[in-house]
Design a protein around this ligand. Structure first.
Ligand code: PLP
Length: 405
């Protein structure tokens, strides 16, 4: 990396590796020596079809996705998946249990932040008589009763006996809470409390942590999905990993009374037509492929788990130093903090503005917190290097030293 570019700590769309951006520029003019640019070439061309297959294969290898699961390239972002998971999983439940009255079907939601809250609200819209059960809402555990500042302890979850889906968001991008990937941690996802002896209808939103470290119990999930625009590439591409038993004939379910599923949200046509029932987001897929090739050269998820682990530790450490001096206040309880999005407040009149201006003057950008939470948010996605993280940490340390508590 050369570079005199600023460092973009924004939450998404977010930084991409500079060498990938340069290579993508030449692909825009000439994709794989076809003489046609990637934004211009037919998605049905043999060059693009082969490229798409190679991107799928990289995800499968790097994330260790078992043959039981399909990898789909979709559009509509995480938001379209809020709807798709409900419709496809209710159709599946209808086909599995046609005689259960709709009012006896349940959809279990674990709410740990604004994205899982939004997903649950969409489930309420589409439930078609089924009950949306909030298995836990992290806000009820916070001191003020309204902050998403922790991952709930295992004894607080209440799952239904046979839900059509169990939903969680692994990393909450806005509040900065994330389930621990250490199975022994009290802030891990409570896999052992879920219904047993069946193909779990477990659905996870990995939009802001996909490919940043291995996914715990990946094979036990029905659906894992992620928008590309944090760790992988440009916006416009959503990757879904869907287990075979969740690829259902939604029209057969509709004949039994399930809600008809819009064609662009049904998973089956994407499986049957190798993610191309319609035009896929060719450019976003192209850049994602370049990022994945780069990931592989660096050492894959093992490399990112180590580097991302060190990056977050450095930032949490300096935030803690600031907290001890009364200058900073972490938003999230210890043990619940995200590796990807670290949220804290700068205490005192005008202090946040001074912090942001000082950062800006050093070329450290994208640090303003989400409008609903305020404060500062540091996003440490894969493209942010350890050296760039060090520059931010150095700045925060200087800021703490010069502020009076
Ligand atoms: N889920 C999470 C965790 C997100 O961070 C976001 C967006 O930032 C979304 C879902 C919504 O994604 P989109 O804007 O692609 O619809």
């Amino acid at each position: 990396m050369s570079s005199d570019r600023v460092i973009n700590f924004g939450a998404g769309p977010s930084a991409l590796p500079e060498d990938v951006l340069l290579e993508a520029g030449s692909g825009l003019l000439n994709f794989q020596n076809t003489g046609i640019g990637i934004a211009e070439i037919s998605h049905r061309s043999k060059e693009f079809s082969a490229y798409l297959a190679s991107v799928e294969s990289e995800i499968r290898q790097q994330l260790d996705v078992p043959p039981t699961h399909h990898i789909l390239f979709l559009q509509g972002g995480g938001t379209a998946q809020f709807s798709a998971v409900v419709l496809n999983m209710l159709a599946r439940h209808k086909l599995l249990h046609p005689d259960i009255p709709d009012a006896d079907r349940t959809l279990d939601y674990v709410i740990t932040g604004s994205w899982s809250k939004a997903a649950a609200a969409e489930a309420v819209r589409l439930a078609n008589g089924a009950t949306v059960n909030i298995a836990v809402d992290a806000r009820t555990l916070s001191a003020d009763g309204k902050s998403f500042d922790r991952i709930p302890p295992h004894n607080t979850y209440k799952f239904s006996a046979d839900p059509a889906l169990i939903y969680y968001c692994e990393n909450e991008t806005v509040s900065g809470t994330q389930f621990s990937s250490d199975a022994q941690s009290p802030t891990s996802f409570p896999f052992d409390l879920l219904p047993t002896n069946k193909l779990l209808p477990l659905v996870a939103d990995y939009s802001s942590s996909f490919m940043s470290r291995p996914i715990p119990r990946l094979a036990d999930h029905a659906i894992i999905y992620a928008g590309a625009q944090k760790n992988l590439g440009p916006a416009g591409l959503t990757i879904a990993i869907v287990r075979q038993d969740c690829i259902v004939d939604v029209d057969a379910a509709a004949k039994l009374g399930a809600t008809p599923v819009p064609i662009g949200l049904a998973y089956k046509p994407f499986v049957d037509q190798k993610s191309m029932p319609n035009t896929p987001s060719v450019f976003a897929i192209y850049v994602t492929g370049l990022v994945l090739q780069r990931n592989k050269k660096l050492g894959g998820l093992k490399y990112y788990e180590e580097v991302n682990g060190r990056k977050q530790q450095k930032v949490y450490t300096v935030v803690q130093e600031g907290a001890e001096k009364g200058i900073l206040r972490p938003f999230v309880q210890p043990g619940s903090g995200s590796w990807m999005n670290i949220v804290f407040e700068v205490i005192g009149e005008g202090a946040e503005k001074r912090f942001l201006e000082g950062a800006e003057a050093r070329g450290l950008k994208g640090l303003k917190g989400h409008r609903s939470v305020g404060g500062i948010r540091v996003s440490l996605y894969n493209a942010i290097t350890e050296e760039q993280t060090d520059k931010l940490v150095e700045y925060i340390r200087e800021f703490i030293a010069q502020e009076k508590p």
